[in-house]
Write a new protein. Structure first.
Lengths: 244, 101
């Protein structure tokens, strides 16, 4: 295969060979190659899963870690949990967490906008409405958490509601996105994140953060790996595709 | 259908690549000329020539518009172009099957 001189013709050569007869295998290969290049028009899921996995893993580990050193109970569901003052994450840990999440949001927006640049029509409209859906979901979630916090709920309650509702928004959004883009893997991730949110809510401070970090962040990272393997496998199948 | 001749408008390397790229877009989407040019690695003049040919065949629509004061050109595959591309691919597959067995 590497010795085939016309395997990767230069664009300039293509011009010359324009009227030369194409054989069917060559045509199919041109189509596949070109449609793979057109993949540059849609966001690369691997990058986005990786960024979000890293943000959740690091961000929630920092929240969990700083609350442990702050003293207090390990697992708030142990019988004596009520008597032990809840371990609060340090203020700087919230700052680190916020910066990581903000960075992940920025990467997502910049990457998606760049990939879709120069394309207009139904997909651009869908993409914009999609972005607004996430914004609205998290806006309401933030108001909900603020409301609960201002009602005098303990830090433990606030943390459980914040983590559980974040997962509810993310999980449901993924389930719907999976239907929109017919992406079964994304559906599995959505179901997983919903489950993580449910479980994280059963744990109090600071264990709820550890569940979010390992199961939530870990879920995104596994997804990044699965998506990457799918790309690698696709490329290999393409190389090994029969050429007449 | 395998006996039918392949569509000469599509069955040429450069135009095939143009159509394959446009067919990868969501139905109804349009792509800006510079972005399409980049995806294809073609010169602007070259791409224009092929687009004209595709336009004559009714396979693409070229929308001339303005973004602010800058003129912009967007290209869209027509339903007819999409059908022709689908049929072309079916014919190729049939030809390959016939040759392989």
């Amino acid at each position: 295969m590497p010795t085939e001189p016309d395997a990767e013709p230069e664009p300039a050569d293509r011009r010359e060979t324009d009227d030369a007869p194409l054989d069917p295998a060559e045509s199919l290969r041109l189509i596949r190659d070109q449609q793979q290049r057109a993949g540059a028009l849609i966001p690369d899921g691997r990058l986005l899963y990786l960024v979000w996995g890293a943000a959740w893993l690091l961000g929630f580990v920092v929240l969990w870690g700083s609350s442990r050193t702050g003293g207090g109970a390990g697992f708030a569901w142990t019988p004596d949990a009520a008597e032990v003052p809840a371990a609060l994450p340090a203020g700087w840990a919230f700052a680190v967490y916020s910066v990581l999440i903000a960075a992940a949001i920025a990467v997502t927006i910049v990457h998606s906008v760049r990939r879709g640049a120069g394309v207009r029509g139904p997909s651009a409209r869908t993409g914009a409405l999609y972005g607004w859906s996430w914004f609205l979901g998290f806006l309401v979630m933030a108001l909900l958490v603020a409301g609960i916090a201002s009602s005098g709920a303990s830090a433990d309650v606030v943390a459980r509601v914040a983590n559980g509702s974040a997962c509810l928004v993310v999980g449901m959004a993924y389930l719907m996105s999976a239907l929109l883009w017919e992406d079964l893997r994304l559906y599995v991730l959505g179901a997983w994140i919903l489950l993580v949110g449910g479980v994280a809510s059963l744990f109090g401070l600071p264990a709820t953060y550890l569940v979010m970090a390992l199961a939530g962040g870990g879920g995104f990272l596994v997804m990044a790996a699965v998506a990457h393997l799918a790309v690698v496998r696709g490329r290999r199948e393409e190389r090994e595709a029969p050429r007449a | 259908m395998p006996d039918e001749p392949l569509d000469p408008v599509i069955h040429a390397a450069s135009r095939l690549r143009v159509v394959a790229t446009l067919a990868a877009l969501v139905v109804g989407d349009q792509i800006a000329f510079p972005r399409l040019q980049k995806l294809l690695d073609m010169t602007a003049g070259n791409l224009s020539t092929h687009l004209r040919r595709l336009e004559e065949a009714g396979y693409v629509v070229v929308h001339k518009t303005h973004e602010g004061r800058t003129p912009a050109t967007y290209i869209e595959l027509t339903p007819r172009g999409r059908r022709a591309f689908d049929q072309y691919q079916e014919q190729l597959t049939a030809l390959l099957k016939g040759a392989g067995s």
